[in-house]
Design a protein around this ligand. Structure first.
Ligand code: ABU
Length: 394
């Protein structure tokens, strides 16, 4: 049984005014600078009360064709047991696997996702907190609540508030990007997915800053981002200014016609090693700072078997890339993707296969379903001397 955050709190020493003991500084529980340092603590989302997202252009434009036909029929209804049950079973297996590998797992609080909510201009029902990777971004000791573009995700971070409060009390920095209004002006009414050869276009405008955390990956002082149907230029610029000169954000050009989330496009697996999607990324367009990095080309995904799995996946076929690194060698990946398992072995990683296909109906796989809170490591630069930030020590 999955325990909610409030039932899973780490005991923190409380200093009382009468205490004669000298307070010892405790290490911050939030510390994660990249995608590969040894993972110590992670939030894994849950799918309790998961609700089919309210139909909206931002939701439909990113779904595979079959799902885009199927989901609007059930908009605002709870996910049926036929989808939720196997997904929950797999989620529990994934949690057991992580705990068996020595990782502390934290679970968000229950939320009434099916309840309708409104702003003065629009209303929606919620979605799920299956994918903490989207709504929260951890950079070092800071957790940032992101301004997400989907209306159905407006209050999603509330599921994490008791965890966020706990981390804050223990010394983490906690911030939130400006709450977006998500008015009609943010959305491009005329949007149609670009056809081959047509220029990029996005369903969101630049009306206000929006981004999902899953459009960013972290490599120490460098973050990489893809612009997408949920992340606009203003959102990237907000984060750039917020993080300041200690960090640099570089865009990765994606040729995905309906991009959403970098973690099926460009996935750093270890210092100097990045997994790329050969359909979305052109190696010659990678930023020059990556020239000394080893580019690992993801193998063609193995086909999904099972009608319901096929029509209910909200994600593209490259979900085989959505892996979670436990350290520079151990990588949790889908057990039904033998091509990726073999490729990881060939590259010298230690793949840890896990059954997780049913989670695709809730928005992703292992990287999406998690948020690394603490990885053992320090802030570093992983790029060559010329690529260092001007103020950085050699
Ligand atoms: N949230 C990751 C899924 C992105 C994709 O459909 O490729």
């Amino acid at each position: 049984m999955i325990k909610p955050a409030s039932a899973n709190i780490i005991e923190q020493p409380v200093a009382s005014p009468s205490s004669r003991e000298v307070a010892r500084p405790t290490p911050c529980p939030v510390n994660s600078h990249n995608e590969w340092d040894p993972l110590e603590e992670v939030i894994v989302g849950h799918i309790d009360d998961a609700t089919i997202p309210t139909s909206h252009a931002t939701v439909m434009c990113n779904m595979p064709r079959s799902a885009a036909m199927f989901y609007p029929l059930f908009s605002g209804r709870r996910y049926p047991a036929i989808m939720a049950k196997p997904a929950k079973r797999e989620l529990e297996g994934f949690i057991q696997l992580l705990e068996g590998e020595g990782v502390q797992v934290r679970i968000p609080d229950p939320q009434p996702f099916h309840k309708k909510f409104a702003t003065p201009k629009w209303s929606a029902r919620g979605f799920t907190c299956a994918c903490p990777r989207d709504s929260l971004l951890v950079v070092g000791d800071e957790i940032i609540e992101t301004p997400m573009a989907w209306r159905s995700r407006y209050f999603e971070t509330f599921a994490y508030r008791s965890l966020l409060r706990e981390y804050f009390d223990a010394g983490a920095r906690w911030s939130a990007a400006p709450k977006p209004q998500l008015d009609d002006a943010l959305y491009n009414d005329e949007y149609e997915m670009p056809k081959k050869g047509e220029p990029f276009r996005y369903v969101i405008t630049e009306h206000e800053p929006v981004f999902d955390a899953a459009d960013f990956v972290r490599c120490g002082r460098d973050l990489f981002v893809t612009r997408s149907n949920v992340t606009n230029r203003a959102g990237i610029e907000w984060l750039r200014r917020h993080l300041g000169e200690r960090y640099r954000i570089t865009e990765i050009i994606s040729h995905c016609p309906a991009p959403m989330h970098i973690d099926t496009t460009f996935m750093p697996l270890a210092p100097g090693r990045v997994l790329i999607n050969p359909e979305y990324v052109r190696v010659e367009e990678l930023p020059p700072m990556l020239r000394d990095w080893e580019v690992l080309t993801a193998p063609e995904p193995d086909p999904i078997r099972g009608r319901l799995l096929k029509i209910s996946s909200m994600c593209g076929k490259w979900l085989n890339m959505n892996v979670l690194s436990l350290d520079e060698r151990r990588v949790v990946c889908e057990e039904k993707q033998p091509g990726m398992i073999q490729a990881l072995k060939d590259w010298g990683f230690e793949p840890i296969p896990c059954a997780f296909q049913h989670h695709a109906a809730f928005g992703g796989a292992f990287h999406c379903a998690t948020l690394d809170i603490r990885r053992r490591g320090m802030l570093q630069s992983y790029f060559d001397k010329e690529a260092r930030l001007p103020h950085e020590e050699p």
